[in-house]
Design a protein around this ligand. Structure first.
Ligand SMILES: C[S@@+](CC[C@H](N)C(=O)[O-])C[C@H]1O[C@@H](n2cnc3c(N)ncnc32)[C@H](O)[C@@H]1O
Length: 528
């Protein structure tokens, strides 16, 4: 374990890439205001289903840079377990794409990754052998071609020619003939027609939703179970799955007392409607904003802003004058799982404004460094970073903190819209594996908080196995804890005052209701 204060400038938040949509070499793009369809995909309304008469060998051998970027992203995700949201910007920079091509590459790679399960089901009907017997690079080229043909406003001939050209350039002439033949079969139907064919005769609603909304069946079941566990109707499932397929907006936060949204608003951002100090970005390179470069304005999902503000706003009553956690007039706050530092930065600013101090803990050294960077706009006397296991803090520093945020490692099922590949990578085993760590971290947080203090247990997943079950398991074994009304706490820091997120004292935000990530919040008070 180590502790440090201070940090480097330039903390940047993660950002969902905007789903751009130029037509690239062949398409008209969506600057005409075309609508996404029910699956969050663009209809190929203007696609001309005519093809060049050229044989594959006579067609282009050049890989169009935007499509090459998308292909490289899919390859890195499949072969190196890479994260698309990290690989994509690096490949865009490497190939020097302009804004229009970067938008095209983003839509193509994110769309092909999100809908992979559905596209594979379509491709399985067009290939004369099991898909797992195909070279994985060929399969990725087919997925890219399928997304252009079925879900982007790229004319069919351009989608086909360019995908075959890409395959010739990066895989070889032989496979390009196969890719040409398979993609021609894909063009036989529109996406809606393919979906009808795939679900025809299927009576199992989970299987139908899995194909229609491109989610693994176990996630469809898990999300339905999650809706019910948090007091919502199972009938919302299709809306929830659809929201996962829409490109998320990029939210900004001006660190309270330290930053201002003026520059962002002057550059096209619009004020956020759910929480004070937030804005919806107008897209583009946020690095052009000085306030973002300085770290006083940051990219942060509104759900994350709400849960951090709710923890900071809980009324703890008068502070004990001495003894456990007392002795000073300033409150001590702890962020137990802080990396990469999004909530720590907001908490640091709120701590600064209220005369509190913040200890931000993170075990992974490279992520602890990101926490320091995220906090760089907050005065250095306000915060420290501890690099160590959060499970040890409760025993090492018992009853030491007034407020503790424990934003545990989780499946991320509430943030699928931001990570296009994660739905196909996650397994039910992840939930089982994370359970013990989540419980240990919550117990450590509770040990670290002083009597009368509050612990905020947070996940970016609505699944009951990592939300309500963890909280009730830990609370059941102790009689010195009580649940505060987390829904009311969220309402108290929201601009609407009526989020409707509460259920049986805990609260759950939803992409399809609140347009936020699916953040869960439980507020646990240690009795005096
Ligand atoms: C959901 S993320 C936290 C996100 C962060 N609060 C933010 O807003 O940027 C969970 C973090 O917990 C960290 N973590 C994993 N194991 C941990 C442990 N044993 N103790 C503390 N943190 C841990 C992970 O490295 C990860 O950075």
């Amino acid at each position: 374990m180590s502790e440090s204060s201070g940090g480097n400038p330039g903390g940047r938040g993660r950002g969902g890439a905007a789903s751009g949509g130029t037509g690239g070499r062949g398409g008209g793009g969506k600057r005409d205001g075309s609508q996404r369809n029910a699956q969050g995909r663009e209809r190929n309304r203007s696609a001309q289903r005519s093809f060049t008469g050229n044989a594959p060998s006579q067609r282009t051998r050049r890989a169009d840079p935007a499509r090459l970027v998308a292909f490289e992203v899919l390859r890195a995700v499949a072969a190196e377990d890479a994260y698309a949201n990290l690989v994509l910007p690096a490949r865009i920079r490497h190939h020097g794409l302009d804004k229009r091509d970067a938008g095209f590459a983003t839509e193509l790679s994110y769309g092909a990754l999100r809908s992979q399960g559905t596209y594979d089901a379509i491709l399985a009907r067009c290939v004369d052998r099991p898909l797992d017997q195909l070279d994985p690079a060929i399969l990725d080229a087919l997925r890219i071609g399928t997304h252009q043909l079925l879900a982007m406003r790229v004319p069919a001939h351009a989608a086909l020619d360019q995908t075959v050209g890409l395959a010739r350039a990066v895989i070889g002439a032989g496979p390009s003939a196969l890719i040409n033949a398979v993609l021609r079969k894909v063009t036989a139907h529109s996406l809606e027609e393919w979906l009808e064919l795939l679900v025809s005769g299927e009576t199992d609603e989970t299987k139908v939703a899995s194909v229609r909304y491109a989610h693994p069946e176990w996630i469809v079941r898990a999300m339905r179970q999650s809706l019910v566990a948090h007091g919502r109707s199972a009938a919302e499932i299709n809306d929830l799955l659809e929201a996962d397929n829409a490109a998320p907006v990029v939210n900004l936060v001006a660190l309270p007392g330290l930053g201002s949204l003026d520059e962002a608003l002057e550059n096209g951002a619009t004020p956020g409607e759910l929480v004070e100090g937030s804005a919806l970005s107008s897209g583009g390179d946020l690095g052009r904003l000085a306030s973002v470069r300085e770290g006083s304005t940051r990219v942060q999902d509104v759900g994350s802003q709400l849960v951090a503000r709710a923890m900071a706003a809980v009324d703890l009553g008068p502070r004990p004058a001495s003894g456990q956690g007392g002795g000073t007039t300033e409150e001590a706050w702890l962020d137990l799982c802080a990396g990469p530092g999004g909530k720590a930065a907001l908490l640091g600013a709120l701590a600064n404004a209220s005369g509190a101090t913040l200890l931000a803990n993170e075990p992974a050294p490279h992520r602890a460094k990101l926490v320091s960077q995220a906090l760089s706009a907050v005065p250095r006397n306000v915060w420290r970073v501890r690099t160590g296991d959060g499970r040890d803090v409760g025993s090492e520093q018992p009853k030491s903190f007034d407020r503790v945020l424990v934003d545990v490692p989780c499946s991320g099922l509430g943030a699928l819209r931001r990570r296009p590949e994660s739905r196909w990578r996650r397994t039910p085993k992840d939930l089982a594996d994370l359970g013990p760590l989540q419980r240990d971290l919550l117990r450590s947080a509770i040990d670290a908080v002083r009597p009368g203090g509050v612990v905020a247990y947070v996940t970016c997943s609505p699944h009951p196995a990592e939300t309500t079950a963890v909280v009730s398991d830990v609370l059941r074994k102790r009689d010195d804890l009580e649940l505060l009304d987390a829904g009311a706490a969220l309402d108290s820091v929201s601009l609407t005052g009526n989020l409707g997120a509460g259920h049986e004292s805990t609260a759950q935000l939803w992409p399809h209701i609140h347009s936020t990530d699916g953040m869960f919040l439980a507020l646990i008070r240690k009795k005096i």
